[in-house]
Ligand binder design. Structure first.
Ligand SMILES: [Zn+2]
Length: 65
């Protein structure tokens, strides 16, 4: 929030439905509601880039879930 046009998205599925997972020695972790990704890394992308990640995820091979 704040940067117009820039989204914080999941690196796995490109979803923007992220929230902080609380607790742990590592500090803050992101949790993706869409693919259940949990990790410290997210991608700052514009809508076009987020969509590209999403399409790649949806069109890719399903190996784990
Ligand atoms: Zn995700």
């Amino acid at each position: 929030m704040g940067h117009a046009g820039i989204l914080t998205v999941c690196p796995v599925c490109g979803g923007s439905d992220l929230y902080y997972e609380v607790g742990g020695y590592t500090g803050k972790l992101y949790h993706c509601k869409e693919c259940q990704y949990i990790g410290p890394l997210v991608v700052e992308a514009d809508e076009q880039m987020a969509r590209a990640i999403r399409e790649e995820h949806e069109g890719g091979t399903a190996t784990d879930g």
